[in-house]
Design a protein around this ligand. Structure first.
Ligand SMILES: C[S@@+](CC[C@H](N)C(=O)[O-])C[C@H]1O[C@@H](n2cnc3c(N)ncnc32)[C@H](O)[C@@H]1O
Length: 226
């Protein structure tokens, strides 16, 4: 999948250049390109924002640099699904990440300051929020979306691995332990040492259900409905 991110802070995306997301790029499963919105301005000062009509504090992204950047990026990513990061968007979750991972490409616009000129929303396919709080800019949301979507692309995680993570089938993940078997009088559950894979699988599912019921009753209700 190709993902293009348009931002006024193109240097902050270093977390996308390490670990699994880097490996996805090395394997050519993900092609990631970060664009500087200021490169699409036409004035000497590379101004991307202006004061809001009607007055008030803060600045607003102007239409022209954003429209021009989307046009240019679409030349390279013609089927890119255009997302505007916004606290007013649909709240991002596993299902949205899954849906987006099936798209032909993705273009993410990172807002900043007070937000963006309302007319920019006409050229985006979807507004996405990463939660009910206000961040300084759309850069962290863009990284969250890119990371969550990339993990779901075929070939990024080991075969079958995404099927056992939280939110698949409306359950949280089961609990894990590693060596040593006993640490400060705390022991690893016996069943995990039994070598009986069927028994382990059943036990893990039981634990995942218990954990979901205790920590996320809203999710547990969805699980029961299935
Ligand atoms: C300071 S915020 C603007 C907040 C806006 N004035 C409001 O109250 O809804 C600047 C930018 O950060 C991004 N942003 C902030 N919080 C976000 C969130 N929860 N999810 C996604 N993007 C967010 C958006 O791109 C937004 O345009």
């Amino acid at each position: 999948m190709r993902i293009d991110i348009i931002s006024i802070f193109p240097d902050v995306f270093t977390p996308l250049h390490s670990s699994i997301i880097k490996r996805a790029q090395d394997k050519n499963v993900l092609l990631l390109k970060i664009w500087n919105l200021r490169d699409f301005t036409t004035d000497r000062h590379k101004k991307v924002d202006d004061a809001p009509y009607g007055g008030g504090k803060g600045m607003v992204f102007k239409c022209d640099p954003v429209f021009r950047s989307i046009k240019k990026v679409k030349e390279e990513n013609p089927k890119g699904w255009v997302i505007l990061t916004s606290p007013q968007g649909k709240v991002f979750n596993h299902d949205t990440a899954k849906k987006i991972s099936g798209k032909k490409g993705l273009i993410i616009i990172c807002g900043h300051y007070e937000g963006v000129d309302e007319r920019i929303k006409r050229v985006v396919d979807e507004e996405i929020s990463i939660g009910d709080y206000v961040l300084t800019g759309g850069e962290i949301p863009a990284m969250v979306i890119t990371d969550a979507v990339t993990r779901l692309l075929p070939g990024v995680l080991p075969e079958g691995a995404p099927e056992y993570e939280s939110f698949i089938n409306d359950l949280l993940d089961w609990p894990c332990w590693t060596r040593p078997e006993k640490y400060r009088s705390m022991k690893v559950p016996k069943v995990l040492l039994s070598g009986d894979h069927k028994k382990i699988e059943q036990w893990r599912l039981k634990k995942a259900i218990e954990i979901t019921k205790a920590k996320r009753p809203d999710l547990y209700r969805l699980y029961l409905k299935k």
